[in-house]
Design a protein around this ligand. Structure first.
Ligand code: PBG
Length: 324
C-alpha cells in the first residue's frame, strides 16, 4: 500500500508537526459584563462560570487576563437605570465609559473593545429608538449610537463594535469619530449578525430582552447567506476595519465565504448560547469540557476567523499559555 495517511497520526509529536491550524491565545477576546451597581455584580445563572463585575472588578480581571496572554476584552454595560431613549448609554460617566478608563489605566496595553448598542439601556429592550408605531427608527438610532460612541472614544476606547444592525451606522460612526479627532479608533462591525436563539443566556446576563416583539426587523434571517456577504461588503465600504460574523458555530459557512471573499480581518463571536450549551452538557457528564472547548475554538480558525470572541477565552489561556 502506497498511501497510509495514518503514518502522520501515530504520535503526538508527528501530529503536532503536521497540524494545519492552531488557536492563538492572543487572537482571543474575553467578553466582560460590567455593572454600574454593586448589587448587580456576581454570577450569571444562565452562564455558569461567567460573572458580572463592578468597574474595579473588571479592571482587576483585565490584569489577570493580560497575565494569561489575552490581549483584548469586549465590554458590555449593565447601567443603573433604563429609559426609552437609552440616556444612560451616552452618559460620559456611564458604566462602560468608567470601565474603559479603569481598564486602560490598569493595563494600558489591553485592547479595549466596547460593544455599541442600546438594548441594555432601553426600558423596552430594543436596540434603538422606537417610532410611535413601536418600530425601531433606523436613522434616529444611528444618531444616538454616534453620540454614545463619542463618549466611549473620549474615555479612551481602542475599538468600537456596533452590534445594533442599523443601516449606515458604520459610515456615520467613522465620519463622526474622524471629525472629533478620533481617527485611530478602530471600528469592528457586527456585520453579519443573525436573529439567533443562541443569544438567550446573554439576555439574562445583560438584562436586555425585548419587552415585546423580537429583533427580526434588524438582525439577519438565519437562512440567508448571500445577504451576509452583502452586509459585510457594505460595512467595509463604509469604513469598517474588522468585520464580524455572529453567532459562530451555526454560521461557519459564512465565516469561510467571507474569508474567501474579503481581505479585512474577520472576527467570529462564539455567543452565550454556544457557551452555555457546552457547559450544560459537561455538567451532565455528557461531554468532556477541555476537549470540547479545544475542538470548538479550532473550528473557528479552520473556517478562517482571525479574531475569536469567546467566553472560553480565559480557561483556554489558562490551559495553553501560548498556542495549541
Ligand atoms: C447587543 C448584543 C447582543 C449580543 C451581543 N451584543 C444581544 C442581542 O443582540 O440580542 C449577544 C452576545 C451573546 O449572546 O453572547 N445587541
Amino acid at each position: 500500500m502506497i498511501n497510509r495517511p495514518r503514518r502522520l497520526r501515530r504520535t503526538p509529536a508527528v501530529r503536532s508537526l503536521v497540524r494545519e491550524h492552531r488557536v492563538r491565545v492572543d487572537s482571543l477576546v474575553q467578553p466582560l459584563f460590567v455593572a454600574a451597581r454593586t448589587a448587580d455584580a456576581g454570577p450569571i445563572s444562565s452562564m455558569p462560570g461567567i460573572e458580572r463585575y463592578t468597574v474595579e472588578g473588571a479592571a482587576a480581571e483585565a490584569q489577570v487576563l493580560h497575565a494569561l496572554g489575552i490581549s483584548s476584552v469586549l465590554l458590555f454595560g449593565i447601567p443603573e437605570f433604563k429609559d426609552a431613549v437609552a440616556t444612560s448609554n451616552y452618559d460620559p460617566n456611564g458604566v462602560v465609559q468608567r470601565a474603559i478608563a479603569a481598564i486602560k489605566t490598569a493595563v494600558p496595553e489591553m485592547v479595549v473593545i466596547a460593544d455599541l448598542c442600546n438594548c441594555e439601556y432601553t426600558d423596552h429592550g430594543h436596540c434603538g429608538i422606537l417610532t410611535d408605531r413601536g418600530e425601531v427608527d433606523n436613522d434616529a438610532t444611528v444618531a444616538l449610537l454616534v453620540r454614545t460612541a463619542l463618549t466611549y472614544a473620549q474615555a479612551g476606547v481602542d475599538v468600537i463594535a456596533p452590534s445594533d444592525m442599523m443601516d449606515g451606522r458604520v459610515e456615520a460612526l467613522r465620519s463622526a469619530l474622524d471629525a472629533h479627532g478620533y481617527t485611530d479608533v478602530i471600528i469592528m462591525a457586527y456585520s453579519a449578525k443573525y436573529a439567533s436563539a443562541f443569544y438567550g443566556p446573554f439576555r439574562e446576563a445583560a438584562g436586555s430582552s425585548p419587552q415585546f416583539g423580537d429583533r427580526r426587523s434588524y438582525q439577519m434571517d438565519p437562512p440567508n447567506a448571500r445577504e451576509a456577504l452583502r452586509e459585510i461588503a457594505l460595512d467595509i465600504e463604509e469604513g469598517a476595519d474588522v468585520v464580524m460574523v455572529k453567532p459562530a458555530l451555526p454560521y461557519l459557512d459564512i465565516v469561510r465565504s467571507a474569508r474567501d471573499t474579503f481581505e479585512v480581518p474577520i472576527a467570529v463571536y462564539n455567543v452565550s448560547g454556544e457557551y452555555s450549551m457546552v457547559v450544560a452538557a459537561v455538567e451532565r457528564g455528557w461531554m468532556e469540557r477541555d476537549r470540547t472547548v479545544d475542538e470548538l475554538l479550532v473550528s473557528f480558525v479552520r473556517a478562517g476567523a482571525d479574531i475569536i470572541i469567546t467566553y472560553f477565552a480565559k480557561e483556554f489561556a489558562q490551559r495553553h499559555g501560548g498556542s495549541s
